[in-house]
Structure formats: structure tokens, C-alpha cells
Design a protein around this ligand. Structure first.
Ligand SMILES: Nc1ncnc2c1ncn2[C@@H]1O[C@H](COP(=O)(O)OP(=O)(O)OP(=O)(O)O)[C@@H](O)[C@H]1O
Length: 259
């Protein structure tokens, strides 16, 4: 069954068509990748899914519910969680505190009650702390937990951002260029964590990424975009063999990936 169904999305800004005729589905536990050259419309799709932009046409259903018109925080509270191309963490706060902020959707009680540890607020605080500890274990962040995020190596900061998204206990995870700017070792580490998210946590994901090796290794299916339109959706093998894709986008990269 599809977790997410996107049908016929069109998004334009004052005559500039960012996305047109985009339809796709993401299944349970599926890792769905969106690729395409700069300006192809990938980030715009994420912005439509997370409620930042409202498309002029089309529909988005998440677990059977229409999302169009909902504000970003409402969509997040339904279980759609996102990481960003440029890290969006509080650099002066520690790893633990940044992860706790990822729990805000699960917080009903105010900071004062939590501080005073009153009744249900205390139970909630304990539950949130325990969820954050699970994320720290899962992403092997123990040694960094008390460091301000801004002092950490870049690859670890990206991992903390994934952690913040996981702390929300998402039902769908949107990863916007999770390995951008990483060296080979950091990329391999991140690839392993992404696979663990799918295999151990069973969370479906949509990944926008320029690293073709990573996409072709990890994704179950890939949608290739060009000038705002999808030109092919299929398995990595199908996409890499498609003459339109090779012509429009992969070119030399395809041959080096395939060889
Ligand atoms: N807020 C906006 N106002 C006007 N035009 C926009 C806006 N956001 C995106 N666009 C345009 O929409 C098109 C698609 O942009 P988008 O950022 O979605 O592409 P992308 O595939 O994510 O690119 P990249 O790989 O560089 O991140 C581009 O022509 C871009 O200039």
C-alpha cells in the first residue's frame, strides 16, 4: 500500500514553471529517490510535500489524507519529517538538545511543567528523553552528545540532522541531499545509516541526491526529473538503461556508474 500518493502536481512562480505533471507513489519501507540536474524541480517537490508551497494543480495524499492546504507544522505532526540541503540545526546547542527539539511534536506540556517535573509532564519528559537516547544509540552519537553541534565535524552534523528528523518518529522521511559536501568516508557512513533506517526502522524515505553512485546503490526506485517534468521512474537498472535518461541527464556519469 502507498504511504504517499502524489498526482499531477503543477507549481509555478510568476510564470516560471518549477514542477509540472509530477505523479508518483511511495510504498511502505520504500527508498524512493528523485534525481535531476540543478533547477529540475526536486527541492520544489519537497517544499510542496512539506507544505511550504501550495501547488496550483494536483493532489498529495499521505496515509490516505489530503495534505494540500495544511501548514508545514500540521504536516510534520502527521509524521512527515525532513532534513535540509544546508544543515538547519541550532549550532550553539548540544546534540542532545537539538534532538530534543526534534521531539516538539510529541510535547503537550509547557517547559515550566516539564521543568517542575509535574505528573504527566514528567512522564512525557521521560518518554522524550528515552526516544532521544534511542536515536543516539542508533546513529552512534554517544561520544558527541554534550558537544555544541557547531563544533562537530561536518559529517557528524549531518548525522545529527538525520537524528533530529528521526527523533520525530516519522512515518515518512524526506532527505534533501544527505551526503552533499561529504568526503568518501562520511558518505559511506551516511549510506549505512540510511540503509539501517530502512531495514531496522522500516521508515519509507524520499531522497533527493546528486551522488549517482549512492542513489543507484540505495534506492528501490528512482524518478528522473528534467525541467520540472519527470522523464522516467523505475528501478535503478531501468533508469540507467533508459535512452531518454542517458540523453537528458546521466550521460558520461551513467557510463561511469554502470561500468
Ligand atoms: N521561491 C521561488 N521563486 C521563484 N522561482 C523558484 C522558487 N523556488 C524554485 N524556483 C524555480 O523553480 C525551478 C526549480 O527549482 P528547484 O530548487 O526545485 O530545483 P532543484 O532540482 O531542487 O535544484 P538543485 O539541484 O539546484 O537544488 C528553478 O527554475 C528555480 O529557479
Amino acid at each position: 500500500m502507498a504511504v504517499l500518493s502524489v498526482d499531477g502536481i503543477r507549481l509555478a512562480f510568476d510564470g516560471v514553471v518549477a514542477v509540472d505533471g509530477v505523479s508518483f507513489e511511495v510504498g511502505e519501507s520504500e527508498l524512493f529517490a528523485i534525481i535531476g540536474p540543478n533547477g529540475a524541480g526536486k527541492t520544489s517537490i519537497f517544499n510542496v510535500l512539506s507544505g511550504v508551497y501550495r501547488p496550483q494543480q494536483g493532489s498529495v495524499e499521505f496515509n490516505g489524507e489530503n495534505l494540500l492546504g495544511l501548514r508545514p507544522h500540521r504536516i510534520a505532526s502527521r509524521g512527515m519529517s525532513r532534513t535540509f540541503q544546508n544543515i538547519e540545526l541550532f549550532s550553539h546547542l548540544t546534540v542532545v538538545d537539538n534532538l530534543m527539539l526534534g521531539r516538539h511534536n510529541h510535547m503537550k506540556y509547557g517547559a515550566l511543567s516539564a521543568f517542575l517535573l509535574l505528573g504527566r509532564a514528567r512522564d512525557e519528559e521521560l518518554k522524550n528523553r528515552s526516544a532521544v537516547e534511542d536515536v543516539i544509540d542508533f546513529l552512534e552519537l554517544e561520544q558527541w552528545r554534550r558537544f555544541p553541534v557547531g563544533l562537530l565535524p561536518y559529517g557528524v552534523q549531518k548525522r545529527v540532522e538525520l537524528g533530529r528528523a528521526l527523533a520525530m518518529e516519522p512515518r515518512l522521511l524526506l532527505l534533501d541531499e544527505p551526503v552533499a559536501g561529504m568526503n568518501v568516508e562520511e558518505t559511506e557512513d551516511m549510506a549505512r545509516y540510511i540503509l539501517d533506517v530502512r531495514e531496522e526502522l522500516g521508515i519509507p524515505m524520499i531522497m533527493v541526491e546528486h551522488d549517482m553512485g549512492l542513489v543507484m546503490d540505495l534506492a528501490d526506485r528512482v524518478m528522473v526529473m528534467d525541467f520540472g517534468r519527470p522523464i522516467r521512474t523505475g528501478t535503478p537498472a531501468e533508469v540507467q538503461a533508459d535512452p531518454d535518461v542517458i540523453r537528458a541527464y546521466l550521460g558520461e556519469q551513467h557510463r561511469s556508474v554502470a561500468s
